[in-house]
Each structure stands twice: as structure tokens, then as C-alpha cells.
Design a protein around this ligand. Structure first.
Ligand code: ADP
Ligand code: MG
Length: 247
């Protein structure tokens, strides 16, 4: 089956006052429909650049990016507008796509209801917990019905306990919706807990150092449940060592 996202030998440079910076140095990566892939690597290695390339926000110097379907992008901060209600925040994505109509608004209501925010639709973001705001931000992205979800360090602004709960929450929603997801994180545990595959990048310019297929026995296990399984530290140690050797 043809991958839903395919990067082929991507190179990307930035021009800065100190000259040209090579951020991505030949990355190839196919992603299948329904897969959850995490990209880990040291800070500044080019992870966000790769997501921006997939989102079509920037173009590579060479190589090809093929993406079969609409992309939804969620950033580190929840970026909800404080003056808008949760519902109006969720509708914002549809507004900028000029796609707000009876059908899409009904779907937004359905998603808020389905994921426990129906009673909060007329609240402002500050009245919700950090975890609920993150869920609202995800629903805003899902309300536009993307085929591919791009997450750039979506949990890193949260404290550790909240981050665990929010990974379970967001991981469960993504699994329930079956949406192809590419997550960028510098947190190895988070990547293993959520993913089907973990791509380890080298330091800048990013190249693929290794790709780990993550398999746990049985049916879907929440990220928290995965963290308690015996295979978890084995994956962790392997990936941690690869990243450490690169430092
Ligand atoms: P990561 O997300 O892995 O932390 P980035 O993809 O954001 O890394 O950045 C990779 C490298 O490219 C970094 O060294 C960063 O400073 C540089 N960079 C990123 N964006 C720009 C830009 N707009 N202009 C110049 N350099 C940039
Ligand atoms: Mg980044």
C-alpha cells in the first residue's frame, strides 16, 4: 500500500545572518495510513522543520514530500484564544478554512460531546484545566477532519503528572479516531508510550539514525499501561543509548 506521507531524501537549509544552516540532511520516511509515528532527537536537530515540511509550510531544497490528504497541525502551546468560548475556539479552525456550515458545526458539537467537553462549550479556556485545554485544542484540529495529524511537542508545556494524564487522553482519542499521526518530541518515554514506530534522528543536520518498531502484546494499551510493561525499559534503553552516543 502506498504510504499516506512519504519523505524522500529531504534536504532543508535556512539562511541566517551567519550564513546557511543545514537543518535536514537527507531524510527519507514513509508513514502508512493509521500509523502513529514519533520523531525523537536532540533539541535543535530539525524535528519541527520536518513537520513544517510535511505541513507544506516550507519547501525542501531537494527531495520530495508527498502527503495524501489534509493535514491538521497542533503546536506545543494549546493556543486557544482566551476571549473565545471553548466552542468558538473549536470553530475557529473551520472559520479560517472557510468551512463553517451546519454540517461541520454539528460535527464540532459531536466531538466536544464525545470527548467530555460538551458541558464546557460556553466556558473560557482559563476555566478549564491544562489537560482539558489541550483536549479542546485537539478537538479544534480534529473538527477540520484532517487525514493526518501533526503534533509538535504538544505536552511539553505541562507538568509531569498532567503530561501523563494528557498523553492517555490524547492517545485514546487518536486511537479511537484511527487517524494517522506524526508526533515530534524530545521525550523518549512519551514516544514509546504512544507510537507504533519511533524514528530517532541524529543531531543537526537531521538524518535518520534508526527506526524502532514498537510492539506490545495484546490489544490497545494506554500510554500509562505501556509504561508498566517489561518491554518498555528495553525500548527506552536502546533509544536512550542511541541518543546519548550522538551527544
Ligand atoms: P527542533 O524542532 O528539533 O528543536 P528545528 O527544526 O526547530 O529543531 O530547528 C533546526 C535548526 O534550524 C536549529 O538549529 C534552528 O536554530 C534552525 N532554524 C529553525 N528555524 C529557522 C529559521 N526560520 N531561520 C533560521 N534558522 C532556523
Ligand atoms: Mg521543535
Amino acid at each position: 500500500m502506498k504510504p499516506i506521507v512519504e519523505l524522500q531524501d529531504i534536504y532543508m537549509n535556512y539562511h541566517s545572518k551567519d550564513g546557511e544552516v543545514c537543518a535536514v540532511g537527507g531524510v527519507s520516511l514513509p508513514v502508512s495510513a493509521g500509523e502513529f509515528v514519533s520523531i525523537v532527537g536532540p533539541s535543535g536537530c530539525g524535528k519541527s522543520t520536518i513537520l513544517s515540511l510535511i505541513a507544506g509550510l516550507i519547501s525542501p531544497v531537494s527531495g520530495s514530500v508527498s502527503v495524501d490528504g489534509r493535514v491538521g497541525y497542533m503546536f506545543q502551546r494549546d493556543q486557544l484564544f482566551p476571549w473565545r468560548t471553548i466552542l468558538n475556539n473549536v470553530l475557529f479552525g473551520l472559520e479560517i478554512q472557510k468551512n463553517k456550515n451546519a454540517d461541520t458545526v454539528a460535527y464540532a458539537h459531536h466531538m466536544l460531546e464525545k470527548y467530555g467537553l460538551g458541558d464546557f462549550r460556553n466556558h473560557r479556556p482559563r476555566e478549564l484545566s491544562g489537560g482539558m485545554r489541550q483536549r479542546a485544542a485537539l478537538i479544534r484540529t480534529l473538527a477540520t477532519r484532517p487525514k493526518i495529524l501533526l503534533l509538535d511537542e504538544p505536552f511539553s508545556a505541562l507538568d509531569y503528572q498532567t503530561r501523563l494524564a494528557v498523553s492517555d487522553d490524547i492517545g485514546g482519542i487518536i486511537a479511537a479516531e484511527g487517524i494517522t499521526t506524526i508526533l515530534v518530541t524530545h521525550d523518549i518515554s512519551e514516544a514509546i508510550a504512544l507510537s507504533d514506530r519511533v524514528v530517532v534522528l541524529t543531531k543537526r543536520p537531521a538524518t535518520v539514525r534508526n527506526i524502532h518498531k514498537i510492539q506490545f502484546d495484546g490489544d490497545y494499551q494506554s500510554p500509562t499501561a505501556r509504561r508498566k510493561l517489561p518491554q518498555f525499559p528495553e525500548y527506552f534503553n536502546k533509544i536512550w543509548k542511541e541518543m546519548k552516543d550522538d551527544g
